[in-house]
Design a protein around this ligand. Structure first.
Ligand code: EPZ
Length: 422
């Protein structure tokens, strides 16, 4: 079994380079299959979710090659085969093959997606969008298999009950080659959606409004392969900035788009943290007097849910009581028991409201990652704790933070992966 071992208290100084956004890359890779031919996606992060997607597209007869962070996808000989339950289950983003294969073949056979257990994670909004375009959904309750098919896909107005990131992207995929125009209202506005719309438009799609709450997709006959660059990962950048606020000694986070994390930067300012922005580089240092604040996670451009758990670690060091409310997912507080085991003073009112009293000294402990961002929060806690921390279940963390051990070691952290017998 692999574990992360950390000796806490080391200052972090030097440069951390941010990779491509996981939540963009996991949609761009399936999107490449919409066209026949060779597409090139650059700045793809080195994360295990990427590898899971490669396994899925290879199972469809698609050829994938990689040179560093540049991925070449050749869908010339792809076949519309069933995506097995094992492959569907590897990650949440497997659901993007629904919209892609429905658009291309008007038929897809796949199973319910995987992903971190941060909530029930239904996909009803995706399915309602496909039905609005004329698709028929056949779902087998026992096998969790979906067969989604359509005689024709016809543009339609879709109003999302919730500004779902996945549903917005999936319906955009399904609408690219539908007859007529589709309008998605109450669309998600996350920056990754603009990145994906740019890729689809480069392939010949006609999409306007990405990044706003109304996206219009005019169906076209076919799409041709194209190239795209993955935008920087705003959640990875935010995670390292929070570490810098705890341990930074002129830590420089490089390759960031500061415009994608204004809500996070505003909260750092509210806590009294000083940082300087120079283009795509943000320099940050440890702040000894952190003001307590209240955090409510919201859809973009509000404070991102994916940084709620890492932020809760920073709040354990604030001088006073902070309130943390998670409004997007119903089970995103599983990391709290481990922070309290280390000495934090967090009270859970319920599964979405935490009262965080600080400052508290954290002591190194044996703890377990419970999900991707909860795992990142535990790494942060280990970095500031006194003594040694070992973290199990680290595969959660490696699915979304590329080369996290190397990046932290390079700026002075005492952190490594150890192998223990099962
Ligand atoms: C994406 O998940 C991200 N994952 C999540 O990041 C992120 O937390 C989330 O967007 C919100 O920003 C990927 O992009 C792979 P949603 P997604 O659809 O698309 C409900 C991480 O840590 N909902 O916006 O699955 C849902 O239950 C991960 O990188 C429905 O009810 O999120 C949740 O309460 C975690 N029905 C809310 O909407 C649906 O059909 C947000 O979901 C779809 C969603």
């Amino acid at each position: 079994m692999k574990q992360i071992k950390i000796n806490g208290g080391r200052p972090l100084s030097g440069e951390i380079h941010i990779g491509g956004a996981k939540n963009s890359a996991v949609a761009l890779i399936p999107a490449a299959l919409l066209a026949d031919g060779i597409s090139v996606i650059s700045n793809v992060p080195n994360i295990t979710d990427r590898d899971a997607l490669f396994d899925i597209i290879k199972s469809l007869g698609v050829n994938v090659t990689m040179e560093g962070s540049v991925v070449t996808i050749d869908s010339t000989h792809m076949e519309n085969l069933e995506i097995s339950e094992k492959l569907s289950n590897r990650l949440r983003a497997s659901y993007y093959f629904m919209g892609v294969l429905l658009a291309k073949y008007k038929h897809v056979e796949i199973y319910f997606p995987g992903g971190c257990n941060i909530g029930e994670r239904p996909i009803d909004l995706h399915l309602k969008g496909f039905e609005a375009l004329g698709a028929h959904i056949d779902y087998n309750q026992d096998t969790h298999k979906y067969i989604i098919s359509a005689e024709n896909l016809t543009g339609s107005r879709v109003n999302l009950d919730f500004a779902s990131v996945g549903a917005t992207i999936n319906i955009m995929f399904a609408a690219t080659m539908a007859n007529g125009t589709t309008i998605i209202e109450n669309a998600a506005k996350e920056t990754e959606i603009i990145n994906i719309a740019d890729f689809l438009n480069a392939m010949g799609a006609k999409i306007t409004g990405a990044g706003t709450s109304t996206i219009t997709i005019e169906g076209v006959d076919k799409l041709t392969s194209a190239d795209i660059r993955v935008i920087p990962d705003r959640i990875e950048a935010g995670t390292y900035l929070l570490m810098g606020a705890l341990l930074g000694d002129d830590l420089i986070v490089c390759g960031v788009n500061p415009d994608h994390i204004t809500a996070v930067l505003n909260k750092l300012k509210d806590m009294g943290i000083k940082f300087s922005i120079n283009g795509d580089r943000i320099k940050i240092s440890k702040c000894d007097n952190l003001n307590p604040i209240n955090i409510t996670t919201l859809v973009y451009p509000g404070f991102p849910t994916d940084l709620g758990q890492p932020m809760s670690v920073l709040l354990t060091q604030a001088n006073g009581t902070s309130l943390f409310e998670e409004t997007i997912w119903e089970n995103r507080m599983q990391h709290v028991e481990y922070l309290n085991k280390m000495g934090a003073g967090i009270t859970l009112k319920d599964n979405t409201h935490a009262i965080i009293n600080g400052p508290t000294k954290l002591k190194g402990s044996q703890i377990n990652a419970t999900d991707l961002r909860g795992g990142a929060a535990l790494v942060m806690a280990g970095l500031i704790a006194e003594g040694e921390t070992t973290i199990s279940n680290i595969e959660y963390i490696l699915r979304g933070y590329e080369n996290i051990i190397r990046k932290l070691k390079n700026v002075g952290a005492d952190i490594k992966i150890i192998k223990t017998e099962e």
